[in-house]
Structure formats: C-alpha cells, structure tokens
Design a protein around this ligand. Structure first.
Ligand code: CP
Ligand code: NVA
Length: 302
C-alpha cells in the first residue's frame, strides 16, 4: 500500500529515528560527494499554492541528488487553478509521476489529494501542519543537543501549523513543549486535547518568560503566516511582547539553542542579536530540510 506523509504522526517513533539516522548518513555522504541514484526514473510533482524558498529548493535538489526529477507546478498554470477537481488532478498525476508534494491553503486539500492518488502524497505545509519542517527540527535538536528525550522546548509566538506539528511530535520524541502565545493565538483546544490524549507532553501558557524558564530549545516562527497578511498590523502589536530576544534567552538554560523555521521577520519575532548568535541552530535547521526529506523520499519511493 502507498504511504503518505501528511502529519508528523504518519510515522512511528521507530520510523522517525530510522529516518533521521538515514538523513545523517546522507548528509555525511553528500559532504564527500557521494550521491546514490536510488530514485532514478522517479519524478516528484510539487504543487505550490503558496510561496516557498526552502521547501521548493530542498525537495527539488533532493530529488536531483537521488537521481530523480522534480516538477514545480504552480496551480495558476494548472487546470487545478481553473477549477479542475482535486480528485481528478490526483488520479491524473498518479499516471505520470511517482509522488506528489503539495503546499496547500487548506489541510483538507492535502487529505483529499491523498485519498484519490495512487501514489504517496507529502504535506509541504498546510494551515494545520508542517511535518517536513518538524522532521528537520528534530534532526537538528539531536545534532546540537545529542538527544530528544526529556528536552524542553519553549515555543514562543503563534500557535500555528508548525507549532501543531511540534506538539504532535512530542508523542514520538519524548520532548516536552511549553507554548507561550497571546490567548487568542494559542494552539486550538481540540489540537491540544487530541495530542494530550495520545501522550503529547504539552502545556499552554501566556507568559513567554515562564515558558522560556530552563528551556533547552527556544523556538519561534513568523507572527504572520502566509494568507494572514491582512492582519499584519494587528498581529504585530499583539505579538510584540512575544519577541525572542536576549532577555527571553536569559531565562533559558545557558547552553540553550534557538530555532526558527524561516522565513523570519528580523527584529519582529526574533532579534538580529539572537538569530545571529552562537546559540542559533537556524541555518542547520534549514539545511537539514534537504537531508531529512531525501530520507523521506527514499522511504516513500525506493
Ligand atoms: N520553512 C519553510 O518551509 O520555508 P519555505 O516557506 O521557504 O519553504
Ligand atoms: N507558519 C508559516 C510557516 C512558513 C514556513 C506559514 O504558514 O506561513
């Protein structure tokens, strides 16, 4: 049966750590110029309903390095953008390509595509989750802190799609997440309850300093996700007390690292001083998208 990767919970704990071990191997091999074309003759169709730098480049480069091919598909240039049904798009693409990656406005679209496709579907970000990002984040935390079990992550900012995948990932990693958000931007209650029922270690607070206290990892993301541009002034004002700056970092452990999935609005959700500090794992976090997604593609396609 084909496998999809729509939620971070589409893999088990064992599969997650096997995937990350493979990603580490691919990273080492790449450094010395070893590329094994295990996905020769395979094509990944990549539908982007929203902009992307990292996701597009890492998937496209990843497929190339694995001996395969990636197709960038802008829905505006596809019949999808003129109203062709998702189910028909899924059926037709299944006849041409080996897998589909979709960055979608609505999570339901990703699910619908997967239901009707005979090939693996990967969620490259939806309004609910960003599971590929969290794979890279877990790999990065292991690289910098050598473990995930017992790691305390302070998520400071918007309780958004990336935050949801992070919360769900604690079920697999043994990390603990404490989210500090303005009340109206906390992760959805259903998400928290569902996650806690499955064993997620998550708490939600409103005080960023309380969340940062003794954290091993301080993580944030934009206050204005794609599609929320009209709320920019309102959000910027509400979120300003949630800026990750050196004061917030001073509450975390002295050896704490700081993470951001990028793109960042410098000096809004994170200051220059912090993102450019020695504690910043942000650039490794971005790079690891490539390695971990290559491992994911091999898992789904080889
Ligand atoms: N972090 C991330 O997904 O970046 P892009 O939006 O540039 O793909
Ligand atoms: N939360 C952000 C992540 C961007 C990678 C967004 O959805 O736009």
């Amino acid at each position: 049966m084909k496998k999809d990767f729509i939620s971070i919970l589409d893999i088990s704990r064992d599969e997650l750590f096997t995937l990350i071990a493979h990603a580490r191997k691919l990273k080492e091999e790449r450094k010395v110029g070893i590329h094994t074309p295990v996905l020769a003759q395979k094509t990944l169709g990549m539908i982007f309903e929203k902009s992307s730098t990292r996701t597009r480049i890492s998937f496209e480069t990843g497929m190339f390095e694995l001996g395969g091919h990636a197709l960038f598909l802008n829905p505006k240039d596809m019949q999808l953008g003129r109203g062709e049904a998702i189910c028909d798009t899924a059926r037709v693409m299944s006849r041409f390509v080996s897998a589909i990656m979709i960055r979608a406005n609505r999570h339901d679209e990703v699910v619908e595509l997967a239901v009707h496709a005979d090939i693996p579907v990967i969620n490259g970000l939806s309004d609910r989750e960003h599971p590929c990002q969290i794979l890279a984040d877990i790999m990065t935390i292991e690289e910098w802190l050598f473990r995930t079990e017992g790691i305390k992550v302070a998520w400071i900012g918007d309780g958004n799609n990336v935050c949801t995948s992070l919360i769900l990932s604690t079920i697999l990693t043994g990390m603990e997440v404490i989210v500090a958000s303005p009340e109206e931007f906390s992760p959805k209650k259903e998400v928290i309850q569902e996650a806690q029922k499955m064993g997620a270690k998550v708490r939600v607070v409103t005080d960023p300093f309380f969340a940062a206290e003794s954290a091993d990892v301080v993580m944030t993301d934009t206050w204005i996700s794609m599609g929320q541009e009209e709320e920019i002034d309102q959000r910027r004002k509400i979120f300003m007390p949630y800026q990750v700056n050196s004061k917030v970092m001073s509450y975390a452990k002295p050896e704490a690292i700081v993470m951001h999935c990028l793109p960042a609005h410098r000096n809004w959700e994170i200051t220059d001083e912090v993102i450019d500090s020695k504690a910043s794992a942000v650039w490794d976090q971005a790079e690891n998208r490539l390695h971990v997604q290559k491992a994911l593609l091999v898992r789904l396609l080889a």
